[in-house]
Design a protein around this ligand. Structure first.
Ligand SMILES: NC(=O)c1ccc[n+]([C@@H]2O[C@H](COP(=O)([O-])OP(=O)(O)OC[C@H]3O[C@@H](n4cnc5c(N)ncnc54)[C@H](OP(=O)(O)O)[C@@H]3O)[C@@H](O)[C@H]2O)c1
Length: 240
């Protein structure tokens, strides 16, 4: 009997964790489509995958573009929501509270909007995997804003796992991962911060995009797991 090839769509697939996940899933024999806003970035990620994936450039924060993408894509099996957002870091007394609203618009709303638009064509026997962040699980000064944003995604997952059943709904909470997400820092500052986190992290290093890709691939292919948070942080949550 021929095995059906499952198709995974990765929103935010042009940089960091997204393309690493695409590589992992392609290696498992899946069909993959990656998306992002910047066409050049997307093309370069697509080339790095040996042109083996499908690709589509659109803005996940724009509902019309999201709807158009899923309508033209047709049926598929798994959705990975890796679109980024970096707002909300910094000490609470001086935190610009409007960053929390912007962070929701940049990260939470696009992830939820993609899932909503995908529902008519997403295989109910498949899965959705959100990407939150370990900041929502850490009692560490300076992360209240980003924790508030990412915490929303942790909160909705068990609810959606019940409401959208039998579709499996899970979330990965990455720790500090060396990806272009950190490009807002100068190289020297980035290396100092990574060395500091590596020292605090039980496994003794910061994460790689491939570490998170392994966690996502596990959830995508584990047919009896739903409503779960998989923290992928080298143990930072218990040590920071
Ligand atoms: N790296 C870390 O330390 C870390 C830690 C915890 C959680 N996370 C989370 O992990 C996820 C992936 O992060 P990453 O480290 O891989 O970041 P990244 O390298 O900055 O990649 C982000 C990806 O999202 C895409 N994207 C952003 N906004 C989008 C939009 N509105 N529409 C479509 N695509 C969009 C980007 O492409 P375009 O710019 O071309 O749109 C890019 O492909 C994010 O949710 C991030 O918050 C990362």
């Amino acid at each position: 009997m021929t095995k059906t090839i499952e198709h995974t769509v990765i929103i935010g697939g042009s940089s960091g964790i997204g393309p690493a996940t695409a590589r992992k899933l392609l290696g498992l024999g899946m069909k993959v489509t990656i998306t992002g806003r910047n066409e050049d970035k997307l093309k370069s990620a697509w080339k790095s995958l040996g042109s083996a994936a499908g690709k589509a450039a659109f803005d996940a924060a724009k509902p019309d573009e999201v709807r158009q993408f899923f309508e033209s894509l047709g049926p598929f099996d798994h959705l990975v929501l890796a679109a980024s957002g970096g707002k909300g870091l910094g000490p609470f007394p001086t935190l610009d509270l409007s960053d929390i609203g912007s962070g929701v618009e940049e990260k939470v709303r696009p992830q939820l909007s993609c899932l909503q638009a995908a529902l008519p064509t997403l295989n109910k026997a498949g899965s959705v995997t959100f990407i939150s962040a370990v900041s929502a699980q850490l009692a560490t000064p300076g992360v209240a804003g980003i924790a508030a944003i990412n915490g929303m995604l942790l909160t909705v997952v068990p609810i959606l796992a019940l409401e959208l059943k039998p579709l499996r709904v899970n979330v990965v909470a990455p720790g500090v991962i060396d990806t272009p997400w950190w490009d807002f820092l100068a190289e020297e500052q980035r290396q100092t911060i990574f060395a500091d986190y590596a020292g605090k992290t039980p496994v003794g290093r910061v994460g790689r995009a491939e570490d998170v890709a392994d966690a996502i691939a596990f959830l995508v292919s584990s047919g009896f797991i739903t409503g779960q948070v998989l923290t992928c942080d080298g143990g930072l949550r218990f040590a920071a």
